[in-house]
Design a protein around this ligand. Structure first.
Ligand SMILES: Nc1ncnc2c1ncn2[C@@H]1O[C@H](COP(=O)(O)OP(=O)(O)OP(=O)(O)O)[C@@H](O)[C@H]1O
Length: 242
């Protein structure tokens, strides 16, 4: 095993993964620089989710290496990978997946509560992120009383609340109306910039690439060379108070 380049917070080398013999990744190598927003774009079924699941330690690739901060994730025992995901990574998928018995703020605060942050402090931080995502007024509602687009904003708040080193956002705008997509992606991007979080963001529509520094294109499990975007949309540079 050769350690990854120093300026990459995440690095994957020659990843291959199949589901019951059906290939999803066919030798993907990619580095993610500290503090950057890397887009992973490609058509449906091209392997975007599988790549994020490998990078975040949710699954171990059949072949290849994943490094986070010079630690080999692909050889970590499951408990260590669980801890890494809990303490250093945030995740938001294309479905909100909130706990129905908890309120919006409790769902958003979960990463903090699981780390032992006191309820009052966790609630305050969750509330700030919910407000930043324009959902502060719903903090005491349960997911069942929220629209799908509102639940997704809560899920984004939950991914950001712990200020993780890396946020994996797997098509987070998917359940949103077109008008809401840019606003949520812009909030995600500006939060990452203001807090120095690295983001790996997948998506199928052009909205995604507008908010990234570079984009890696996947097609049938193969990756192109990550390309810098000429005119990424500027994000709000104002530091958040969260
Ligand atoms: N759990 C699974 N079991 C079996 N096959 C799977 C599983 N997950 C993904 N696949 C298959 O692996 C390939 C890559 O899927 P993946 O979800 O990684 O792509 P994607 O680019 O994220 O697609 P989408 O945009 O639809 O989410 C596809 O052919 C898909 O059908």
């Amino acid at each position: 095993m050769v350690a990854p380049p120093d300026n990459d917070v995440l690095f994957a080398r020659s990843l291959r993964h199949s589901y019951r013999g059906s290939p999803a990744l066919l030798g993907v190598t990619v580095g993610v620089r500290r503090g950057e927003i890397l887009g992973v774009v490609g058509p449906r079924g091209s392997g975007k989710t599988t790549l994020l699941r490998c990078l975040s330690g949710q699954i171990t690739p059949d072949e290849g290496e994943v490094w986070f901060d010079a630690a080999p994730v692909h050889t970590m025992p499951e408990a260590a990978r669980d801890q890494l995901r809990r303490e250093r990574f945030g995740w938001v998928g294309s479905e909100p997946q909130l706990l129905p018995e908890l309120t919006a703020w409790e769902n958003a605060a979960l990463p903090l509560l699981m780390r032992g942050v006191r309820s009052r402090a966790a609630r305050g931080q969750a509330q700030e992120w919910l407000e930043r995502l324009d959902i502060g007024a719903a903090a005491r509602k349960h997911p069942g009383a929220l629209l799908q687009a509102e639940r997704q904003r809560v899920a984004v708040a939950r991914a950001l609340v712990g200020v993780p080193a890396v946020v994996f956002a797997d098509d987070p705008a998917a359940p949103l109306h077109h008008a809401d997509r840019a606003q949520v992606l812009r909030t995600l991007a500006s939060a990452a910039r203001s807090h120095g979080m690295t983001v790996v963001l997948t998506g199928t529509d052009p909205d995604t690439a507008r908010f990234t520094d570079r984009a890696l294109t996947l097609r049938d499990g193969h990756a192109g060379t990550p390309a810098p975007l000429r005119d990424p949309e500027p994000t709000d540079p104002t530091p958040a108070n969260a």
